[in-house]
Design a protein around this ligand. Structure first.
Ligand code: PEP
Ligand code: MG
Length: 596
């Protein structure tokens, strides 16, 4: 019994937005939808189709009403999510497939919709990219709304939260969070969701601590319980003892002090103690993230992922949509530059209306630049948008998944063609716009000396480079122990790429997750990288690492690493070196008596 109480008091989830908060739980009671499954007579079919279409229309109206009611300008910035939900409601596949099922299988609307969602869900689950895969949750939020409207159930009224509370829910849809009066929300706790879910993105950008993916939060927590949440470590304590509360408050004081100290580095140049200057930039996928990037001291956007523009829709983004998005990007980051990566999407899986291939091995299939070279019209439309936006600020173009020189030449020839058409139409753009290649495939790294002659810069994508070089699927937990950024092969590859680039005189950036880990960043600095791009929140700590180090010591650390023959020896050496050199940063002790 004692053990059970102890276990109940402490639960571990995913730290999705940093900050430690103590407060009362506000439980969002989720109505669990029980779907009636009924067979219908042929004479009832059209009535059922109409009932379905009516529920769709009511759902559309509700989303519109929620959007109109958002008054807080900070929250309003995120209301585009409601547009995404409206788009899902208009999705041809969702509507047509459900209506066809009602007609062909003679089943009620709830059952038919459920069958359609199963199909869509399977397609979403197969998506490799974590961010895109998470968009599956949008489909669920929308379907829950349709089900409720089909069944005539009321929606939770979460507009009337009082006081300052920690919102606890099975899941929160963007519509939920946008409806809340966020001044009453001290934190978020949910059963499902991860670091790239909407709740995570929203809470990070609003600075509200959040722990997600707890699985059992809504079963263990009651409304009114006292909670402590740590959005960094993912810990949640239910009804803590006085002693536990005190130790968390102490941690909070320490963290706050450390955050303040770290944030001081945000506005300082990324320069080592012996005067070597590098550029720290942010990886983002929405223009809305620029404020966070700037706040954390980003000197530009090193990777703007564009996949999000193509999602949750039945058509393709128009040139005008590309232009407007990239123009906002260019204007908001001005006078710094933004590097826009052209579409890096895997085969036909994510683009509705493009179902020409069913690949057995999509990671090695028709993705990224290969897709763009096949679907040149889609590529040209994006390039036109980028070029037009380049008249409004400094933009660079980055080509993903380059495996050899022909792809670069082919892509550049298409770019020239697009440029010519703009010149002919008298549309202004940056005629000197720089073009870079992602180095994330081993063949590109081995031929970096050749590729360097064709482009203005390299950007090493270690997320994929490690996957392809070590033959380790980046999302397969069974082989994750082999996914080693400090593997001797990876260090040798990066060193070779930097040398080749520098011989020709072009800079090398890194935009993989590896750059966000201060110890790895120092190794990368020693390897000679010129630019570092990472999630905005990690920028100050990497800056601090650089500003408190000497380039020469990073170089000699790296030289030492080349004497080792295994990843674990290297990892161990770096860890010890860091612990000796920066003892105060490495040791973050947990208050006693909390962990079970
Ligand atoms: C990478 O592969 O390191 C990268 C930055 O691209 P993505 O994670 O989008 O594949
Ligand atoms: Mg990649």
């Amino acid at each position: 019994m004692a053990l059970q109480q102890q276990v109940k008091r402490f639960i571990q989830g995913i730290g999705a937005s940093p900050g430690i908060i103590i407060g009362k739980a506000y439980l969002v009671e989720r109505f669990k939808v029980r779907l009636p499954q009924k067979r219908i007579d042929p004479g009832q079919v059209e009535g059922e189709v109409n009932r379905f279409l009516k529920a769709i229309q009511v759902s559309r109206d509700q989303l519109m009403e929620i959007k109109e009611k958002i008054l807080d300008p900070e929250v309003r910035k995120h209301s585009f999510i409601l547009d995404v939900h409206s788009m899902i409601l208009n999705d041809e596949m969702l509507l047509q497939d459900t209506m066809d099922t009602i007609r062909k299988k003679k089943v009620n609307a709830e059952w038919a919709l459920d069958l359609t969602l199963e199909k869509l869900d399977t397609a979403f689950k197969a998506i490799e990219d974590e961010y895109l895969r998470e968009r599956r949750s949008d489909l669920h939020y929308v379907s829950e709304r349709i089900y409720r409207n089909l069944l005539g159930k009321k929606h939770d009224d979460i507009t009337k939260i009082k006081g300052k509370v920690i919102v606890v829910a099975h899941d929160l849809s963007p519509a939920d969070t946008l409806q809340m009066s966020l001044k009453h929300v001290a934190g978020f706790v949910t059963d499902i969701g991860g670091r790239v879910s909407h709740t995570a993105i929203l809470s990070r950008s609003l600075g509200i601590p959040a722990v997600l993916g707890l699985e059992v939060a809504t079963s263990l927590i009651n409304g009114g319980d006292l909670l402590i949440i740590d959005g960094e470590t993912g810990e949640v304590v239910i009804n803590p003892t006085e002693e536990v509360s005190q130790s968390f408050l102490e941690r909070k004081r320490r963290t706050k002090w450390m955050d303040r100290e770290i944030l001081k580095y945000a506005s300082l140049p990324a320069e080592t103690r012996d005067g070597v200057r590098v550029r720290l930039q942010a990886n983002i996928e929405m223009v809305e993230e620029i404020s966070s990037a700037k706040m954390h001291g980003a000197e530009g956007i090193g990777l703007y992922r564009t996949e999000i523009l193509y999602l949750n829709r039945k058509d393709l983004p128009t040139e005008e949509e590309h232009f407007q998005t990239y123009r906002r990007l260019a204007e908001n980051i001005h006078p710094a530059a933004a590097t826009i990566r052209t579409l890096d999407i895997g085969g036909d899986k994510f683009l509705s209306g493009y179902s020409k291939n069913n690949e057995l091995n999509p990671a090695l299939g028709l993705r990224a630049i290969r897709f763009s070279m096949k679907e040149t019209d889609i590529f040209k439309t994006q390039l036109k948008g980028i070029l037009r936006a380049s008249a409004h600020g400094k933009l660079r173009i980055l080509l993903p998944m380059i495996s050899g020189i022909e792809e670069i030449r082919q892509a550049k020839a298409i770019l020239e063609e697009v440029k010519k058409s703009l010149i002919k139409a008298k549309i202004s753009f940056d005629r000197e716009i720089e073009v870079g290649a992602m180095i994330e495939i081993p063949s590109a790294s081995v031929t970096a000396d050749l590729l360097a002659r064709e482009v203005d810069f390299f950007s090493i994508g270690t997320n994929d480079l490690i996957q392809y070089a070590l033959a380790v699927d980046r999302i397969n937990e069974h082989v994750s122990y082999l996914y080693e950024p400090l593997h001797p092969a990876i260090l040798r590859i990066i060193r070779g790429v930097v040398q080749s680039a520098h011989q020709i005189g072009i800079p090398v950036a890194i935009c993989g997750e590896m750059a966000a880990e201060p110890a790895y960043a120092l190794v990368l600095l020693g390897l000679g990288l010129d630019e570092f791009s990472m999630n905005p929140v990690s920028i100050p700590k990497v800056k601090k690492m650089f500003r408190t180090s000497r380039f020469e010591e990073a170089r000699s650390l790296v030289e030492h690493l080349f004497q080792f023959s295994t990843a674990s020896e290297i990892e161990c050496f770096v860890k010890n070196w860091m612990a000796e050199r920066f003892p105060e940063d490495v040791i973050e002790t947990y208050p006693e008596g909390i962990k079970t």
